[in-house]
Structure formats: C-alpha cells, structure tokens
Write a protein that binds this ligand. Structure first.
Ligand code: HEC
Length: 120
C-alpha cells in the first residue's frame, strides 16, 4: 500500500511540474511585445548577438544550414520565421543556440522587434 501511495505521489508531482512548464511556455509565445519605440538595426544591435551566440557553429564551416556570418543569411532565417522560432524554443524546430542556455528574454525581444520593424 505504501508503495502505491508513493508511486501516486511521484506521478502527481510530475504532472504538476509539467503543467506549470507548459503554462509558462504559452505565456512567452503569446505575449505581445511593443516595438513601436525601437530603433534597432542589424549592424548596431543584432550582428553582435548573432556573432556571440550563433556564429561559432553557423559560420560556413559546418553542416548546419545557415552561415550567419552573412547578413543575408540572418535575414533569410528571420524572414521565414526559423530564427525566432529556434531561439524561442518552439516546437517543430531545433532549439538554438544548440548546447547552450536559451538566450535571455531581453535579447530575444530585441531580435523580435528588429524583425517586426522590418529588419533595418
Ligand atoms: C553549438 C553549435 C550551434 C550553435 C551555437 C547554434 N546552432 Fe543553430 N544549428 C546547429 C546545428 C548542428 C543545426 C542543424 C540541426 C539539424 O539539422 O538537425 C542548427 C540549425 C539551426 C537552424 C535550423 C533549424 C531547423 O530545425 O531547421 C536555425 C534556424 C538555427 N540553427 C539558428 C541558430 C541561432 C539563431 C543560433 C544563435 C542564437 C544558433 N543556431 C546557434 C548548431 C548550432
């Protein structure tokens, strides 16, 4: 009997943990961000983020698809949605940066605003 109760307790703990995580995820994805006052540009704001976090792999030397050393490639991934979806860890795409922590919210927000404002 004790064993059964323990198993149940563990199962519940897992279930509780899972639902909080999923709830948190939904909030990030659906949260509306206001980019109206943002004046981000590729050269002054985005390039450094990509070079620091992505270009050690996405540099044309490895089979990882994008070569993010080129602005054109960053804009391509930004336009088709893959850049944002990968850094937001959305389903159906590899979470980026690979083998590293998720970028902080402020950085993701910067990239999102840059894209929303037409990738200047
Ligand atoms: C440690 C190496 C590494 C780092 C750092 C890295 N990537 Fe990747 N990335 C990969 C690999 C490997 C793949 C190919 C995965 C595959 O094809 O399964 C990939 C694929 C991708 C894809 C295509 C995803 C898909 O599922 O088709 C995107 C978009 C991407 N990376 C964006 C980024 C961005 C943006 C950063 C920086 C924030 C980044 N990556 C950092 C290794 C890395």
């Amino acid at each position: 009997m004790k064993k059964i109760l323990l198993t149940l307790a563990i199962a519940f703990a897992f279930a509780a943990c899972k639902s909080t995580k999923e709830a948190a995820k939904t909030t990030t994805v659906t949260a509306k961000i206001d980019c109206t006052s943002s004046t981000l540009t590729y050269t002054s704001d985005i390039k450094a983020i990509i070079e620091t976090n992505c270009s050690q792999c996405h540099n044309g030397n490895y089979e990882v698809g994008y070569n993010f050393l080129t602005e054109e490639s960053v804009k391509k991934a930004a336009s088709n949605g893959e850049l944002l979806r990968s850094i937001k860890h959305e389903k159906g795409i590899d979470a980026m940066p690979a083998n590293a922590d998720k970028l902080d919210d402020a950085t993701i927000r910067k990239i999102e605003c840059w894209i929303n404002n037409g990738m200047n």
